[in-house]
Design a protein around this ligand. Structure first.
Ligand code: GDP
Ligand code: MG
Length: 460
């Protein structure tokens, strides 16, 4: 109906795929910034979040004569995930946080290990996605056609280039078929009957406007119900961090509802629920990332969907990946406090201390949860008997060493983004406990399976 179409919120989009497929670079190209080159090793270490206003997308589409006069969503919210973290973390009342995803595939490499992991996650959450078949500019002899519609850019290429493109495209389509999925170029045949592939280059810009256009068009066509704005606040904590001059802040994604300055809120804390009052609601300027330093816009109130930085007292122990609740005068505060703490309980309930398995340690509750989910998935399937949000100390090594006699390969600690104390490492070496450290989740399982702390060795 007209009513529901007028009150659509912005779709929330995750960008996923194998490391180095070009996730960050694609977002950079869309934003016109350069976050990718400022990153350690080019890998996204933080949750990056960007809001693209519909107006901006409309302008870009005009450049390539795509008609998007019919846009009804206010914009697009994109989360750039470090590994799969944000995606697996953000379980909002049983459903995934993302409405739609971009699955980035490197045209020159086809489907890779982490692409398939991403696919499985998307399937398990029933999340629709569009494939960005990236790095078309790397086809031998590719002639750059800046910000041109891909179809036209392809027509302008030499015959050999076209042939190589179709050969590689068909390989990718076959690989998707092997995963049980029908895919095809977005401009071929019936869009609704398969997953759409948009060939792109994050360097030269071919295909980018169509990707954006398709994301918006596709979500507003197929998800009217899901995207219909609701007053009921639905909000997730993406990150907890210190900002100079602001103190401890939380970055949240507001999926539905309105937040006001002065609202009483409840968020999940390390030990107990945190009940506090919103001091300020901040957003970065449009088209800028939350993590890029700069000035913020202050708001009296903010309506979904949007990324927001919240300052309030007592946020020190807030936990990323959990829900934020707003308390209205008629609400039952105790009930809300209990609900807020459920997210943490779900972490501990998934560990069986009596079973045979490895020890897992991570820097935040959110990443621990993501890691546990990942280890439990059928493709990985590594049992866990102990988990904590802490650096690795001697006591953890002792805990892991209990496995030495039962099942030697499980006498191991998988440490995600946490320090290992020197005493702990020494004791581990002495006892024969293996400590695997990494700051990318899927590296940990690879290293564990290869039985080596060095990923390079496994690759050889
Ligand atoms: P991510 O790990 O998926 O976020 O990948 P990045 O965005 O960090 O990109 C990995 C590397 O591939 C970087 O060196 C990029 O410059 C390069 N890259 C990404 N997209 C493209 C592309 O479309 N064409 C070419 N030639 N290189 C690309
Ligand atoms: Mg990246």
């Amino acid at each position: 109906s007209k009513q529901s179409e007028e009150s659509l919120r912005s779709p929330i989009c995750c960008i996923m795929g194998h490391v180095d497929a070009g996730k960050t670079k694609l977002l950079d190209r869309i934003r016109g910034t350069n976050v990718q080159e400022g990153e350690a090793g080019g890998i996204t270490q933080q949750v990056g979040a960007t809001f693209f206003p519909a107006e901006n997308i409309r302008e870009r589409a005009k450049e390539i004569n795509v008609d998007i006069a019919k846009l009804k969503v206010p914009g697009l919210l994109v989360i750039d995930t470090p590994g799969h973290e944000a995606f697996t973390n953000m379980r909002s009342r049983g459903s995934g946080l993302c409405d739609i995803a971009i699955l980035v595939v490197d045209l020159m490499h086809g489907l890779e290990r982490q692409t398939i992991e991403s696919l499985n996650l998307l399937k398990s959450r029933n999340t629709d996605f569009i494939v960005a078949l990236n790095k078309v500019d790397r086809l031998y002899g590719w002639k750059t056609c800046r910000n041109t519609r891909f179809k036209e850019a392809l027509e302008r290429q030499a015959k050999d280039v076209k042939n190589e493109f179709y050969m590689r495209l068909n390989q990718v389509i076959t690989q998707f078929k092997e995963q049980g999925l029908n895919t095809d170029l977005y401009y071929e045949g019936n869009m609704r009957e398969r997953y759409n592939i948009v060939p792109t280059s994050a360097i030269t810009g071919e295909g980018i406007p169509e990707l954006l256009w398709l994301l918006l068009q596709w979500s507003q066509k197929t998800m009217v119900e899901k995207l219909t704005y609701s007053d009921q606040v639905q909000c997730n904590v993406l990150e907890v961090k210190v900002v100079e001059g602001l103190g401890k802040t939380i970055d949240v994604v507001l999926v539905n509802g309105v937040l006001h300055e002065g609202d009483q809120i409840v968020v999940c804390g390390n030990e107990e629920p945190i009940v506090t009052t919103i001091r300020s609601l901040l957003t970065p300027h449009p088209m800028k990332e939350l993590r890029v330093k700069g000035t913020y816009l202050h708001h009296k109130e903010i309506k979904a969907a949007q990324f927001v930085k919240i300052t309030a007292q007592g946020l020190e122990h807030a936990i990323a990946g959990t829900s934020l609740y707003v308390v209205r005068p008629q609400d039952d505060l105790e009930g809300i406090k209990e609900a807020a703490m459920q997210d943490v309980k779900s972490v501990t309930s998934r560990i069986d201390k009596s079973c045979e398995g490895v020890c897992v340690q991570a820097s935040t509750r959110g990443s621990l949860e993501a890691l546990l989910d990942f280890l439990k998935s059928p493709e990985v399937n590594i049992p866990v008997r102990y988990a904590s949000v802490d650096p690795v100390h001697k006591k953890d090594v002792i805990m892991a060493s209990l496995m030495l006699e039962k099942k030697k390969e499980f006498a191991a600690i998988l440490a995600f983004d946490v320090k290992v104390t020197r005493e702990a490492q020494e004791l581990a070496d002495e006892l024969g406990v293996k400590i695997f450290t990494a700051d990318v989740i899927y590296h940990l399982s690879n290293m564990f399976k290869a039985g080596t702390g060095n990923l390079e060795e496994e690759k050889k």
